[in-house]
Design a protein around this ligand. Structure first.
Ligand code: PMM
Length: 282
């Protein structure tokens, strides 16, 4: 089994930089579809302080239509290969076992599956066989219909119990518990209030006994919070990075293992501020 990097390696909450090799992601769709530009962007994120670069070839924005496996593979693999060759620690953001397996063969060190293994019945066996760390995110269904699935009595308790169930499913398929990272899945089958409730209670995820990844970057609940007071229009996605860095600070304070962000410099500073405060507090 591959060791999950963490606070012992970084001395703080980690930073996962995002490279979406897609035409349609909600905040950076189309910017990094060209493989050369995607690789250059990944290298830039690493130079700016990303500990891990997360490469994805399929948009999961609300309402997104799925890409074919061939197209996803074509987008992702050359970028993974080039970043690995440059010494970058790469995770692959995919719901498909074949894409995950091929990416690990190219040197990816983490499989980040927003469905936590639910979208592809073969995923758990690939995770078990490859032995790499695996992100189990809270997920209720594909992006095309996920907004209708955002019904909760107690979003924190229900998301944790649903992730605990999924952890048990993948462990029963042969995955080692120590391979798992958990993620509340902000924005996935969540309303705005649900995202805030989850962020307010990140400490509750400690009950699962696994590192927690938090991915708030540029998401809708931040756009709504920062809406133009005159028009009510949500703040555009690319103008949500200061708020994202604020969330990174709060996540690091609550003990997150890593935060997944588009804009690395603000968050790289934020997690260092939290580490310095922690050290000063003893
Ligand atoms: N969100 C997105 C994509 N991948 N992975 C994890 N683990 N957690 C998330 O919340 C998550 C993810 C969607 O955001 P993007 O389109 O900006 O990448």
């Amino acid at each position: 089994m591959d060791k999950l990097p963490g606070v012992d390696d970084w001395g703080r909450c980690g930073v996962m930089g995002i490279v979406n090799v897609t035409p349609d992601s909600f905040s950076d769709g189309g910017l990094w579809l060209d493989p050369g530009r995607a690789v250059a962007h990944g290298l830039r994120l690493a130079a700016q302080g990303a500990d891990i670069v997360d490469v994805g070839g399929e948009s999961t924005r609300p309402g997104a239509v799925r890409v074919t496996p061939e197209e996803e593979t074509r987008r992702v693999l050359p970028v993974v290969r080039a970043l690995v060759a440059a010494g970058v620690a790469v995770s692959v953001d995919t719901m498909r076992a074949d894409v995950a397996e091929a990416a690990v063969d190219c040197g990816a060190r983490i499989i980040n599956d927003v469905s936590g293994g639910r979208a592809d019945p073969r995923m758990a066996s690939v995770v078990a066989r490859t032995g790499v760390p695996f992100v189990v995110m809270h997920w209720r269904g594909q992006s095309a219909g996920m907004d209708e699935l955002a019904e909760y009595e107690d979003v924190v308790a229900e998301a944790i119990s649903e992730v605990a169930h999924q952890m048990a499913v993948v462990v029963s398929a042969g995955v080692d518990l120590d391979q798992l990272v958990v993620d509340p899945g902000l924005g996935f089958a969540k309303g705005r209030e649900d995202d805030w409730a989850l962020l307010a209670r990140l400490d509750a995820w400690a009950a699962l006994g696994r590192p927690v990844l938090v991915a708030a970057s540029r998401k809708r609940f931040l756009g709504t919070l920062l809406a133009d007071p005159a028009t009510g229009e949500p703040r555009p996605a690319r103008a949500r990075d200061a708020a994202t860095a604020a969330v990174s600070t709060l996540a690091a304070v609550q003990g997150a293992w890593a935060v997944r962000v588009h804009d690395v410099p603000g968050t790289a500073d934020a997690v260092r501020v939290v580490a310095a405060l922690r050290a000063a507090a003893g």
